[in-house]
Design a protein around this ligand. Structure first.
Ligand code: MC0
Length: 143
């Protein structure tokens, strides 16, 4: 069901400063930037090496009541989520629900670059916030 690691999300206080840090010290290239108002984030996707593997996602808060702002308040900057690519986010969510895990949303929401996303509650996944990502443009029956 999980096809590969899509990205690893890191909470940061200042997006531009973090993009600079990752570029100058680790040589990661920023290949996409977006504001996601519903999620309360400004985010950047960074390519690693030849960009054939998982990306690093930098997540900065848009608002003090957002998930990333709460995370920064509690834990400070650092790893916030692990995202897996799936072919069908509803099917993947249903399968995990059937195994007793709590999904955060009843129906998928919009993620990076038009993807459809849902999350497993970190308390049901060994302390890891697991994101399911169905990339934009994959075929779905019924659309
Ligand atoms: C909270 N906890 C975490 C955690 N966030 N554990 C691991 N990783 C995290 N990221 C822990 C807390 O420490 C606490 O543990 C327990 O979970 C419950 O905390 P809570 O206070 O009830 O819950 P909140 O208010 O902190 O919310 C946590 C929750 C929230 C995961 C529900 O962050 C959420 O809705 N996240 C999904 C949306 C999201 O993260 N959006 C930003 C990325 P204790 O032991 O103290 O009880 S947007 C994105 O990712 C999009 C753009 C994309 O990729 O396409």
């Amino acid at each position: 069901e999980l096809l590969r690691i899509d990205h690893v999300g890191i909470a940061v206080a200042d997006l531009d400063e973090a993009i600079r840090f990752y570029g100058e010290t680790l040589g990661l290239r920023c290949v996409h930037q977006e504001t996601n108002d519903e999620q309360g984030v400004r985010e950047a996707m960074l390519a690693v090496g030849d960009d054939t593997g998982p990306r690093i996602q930098l997540l900065a808060p848009l608002r003090p009541d957002s998930a990333i702002a709460k995370f920064l308040d509690r834990s400070g900057p650092g790893l916030q989520q692990l995202a897996y690519t799936v072919a069908d986010v509803e099917a993947a969510a249903d399968a995990l629900r059937a195994r007793g895990l709590r999904l955060l949303y009843d129906t998928p929401r919009r993620g990076t670059a038009g993807s459809r996303i849902n999350f497993v509650h970190p308390k049901d996944a060994g302390g890891v916030l697991v994101e399911l990502v169905e990339p934009a443009g994959v075929h779905r029956s019924g659309d």
